[in-house]
Design a protein around this ligand. Structure first.
Ligand SMILES: *[C@@H]1O[C@H](CO)[C@@H](O)[C@H](O)[C@H]1NC(C)=O
Ligand SMILES: *[C@@H]1O[C@H](CO)[C@@H](O)[C@H](O)[C@H]1NC(C)=O
Length: 209
């Protein structure tokens, strides 16, 4: 009876689902109320290198006023349109601000390295130009599939991550920083990029490229 009431009242359902999401109890594999996004973050412990996580945003989808659903991504500060040449690479870099990164065209491949792996130091720019050591984690960003990610590995104690734009066309991206650097409320679902099990969508895993 209570559930029925909640389900027929969009207002109550909003609060009900919002409460569940904050407690991290939302059954993500069988829910149409949660948005999962891959995030590039800093490891919480030394040497604070970049790692990839799958996040569930705390804000739930609610009914959109016409058809479908909508979710509040929170306050943002501005937007920058960035064009990356075909088959280019950024080298080691940190995001300029904690931000949403949205790929409009092309393909982006984020690589992160764990300096503790194989007792290997992070590859230098020169080593990278001669051939790429296998990354610890890979995140592929593909327009229309998983075009929206979160980039917050801004810790200056880490060199950040590497991004490649391997497609034959220009990659176009939007950078949208969070207002005052405030990261959207979320829970971490698992280490590594979001995958089909949490997303009902095929996510990029390491394809050895
Ligand atoms: C979730 O899916 C159900 C059934 O398709 C639909 O009735 C409901 O409105 C959806 N919820 C949202 C927030 O869109
Ligand atoms: C965009 O927002 C970021 C973060 O708030 C800020 O540091 C930057 O100066 C802004 N850029 C412009 C062009 O205003």
């Amino acid at each position: 009876m209570l559930l029925r009431k909640l389900l027929i009242s969009p207002f109550l359902a909003f609060h009900f689902l919002g409460g569940l999401a904050q407690n991290g109890n939302l059954p993500h594999a069988s829910s149409n109320t949660t948005l999962y996004l891959s995030a590039v973050v800093n490891s919480p412990t030394a040497p604070y290198h970049a790692i990839i996580e799958c996040w569930a945003l705390a804000a739930p989808f609610i009914r959109y006023h016409t058809v479908g659903k909508a979710l509040d991504l929170g306050d943002t500060s501005n937007a920058t349109y960035v064009v990356l040449p075909p088959r280019s690479a950024e080298g080691w870099h940190r995001p300029p601000h904690p931000m949403f990164f949205i790929l409009l065209s092309g393909l982006a491949h984020v690589r992160t390295y764990d300096p503790a792996d194989d007792n290997m130091n992070l590859p230098s720019q020169q080593e990278l130009s001669m051939g790429l050591p296998k990354p610890t984690e890979s995140l592929y960003i593909t327009p229309g599939v998983d075009s929206l990610i979160i980039a917050v590995d801004t810790d200056k104690r880490s060199p950040g991550h590497l991004t490649y734009y391997p497609s034959d066309v220009e990659a176009v991206a939007l950078q949208i920083p969070f207002q005052d650097g405030k990261v959207p409320k979320h829970t971490v679902v698992h280490p590594g990029p979001c995958q089909a099990d949490t997303e009902h969508r095929v996510r990029g895993k390491d394809r050895n490229t």
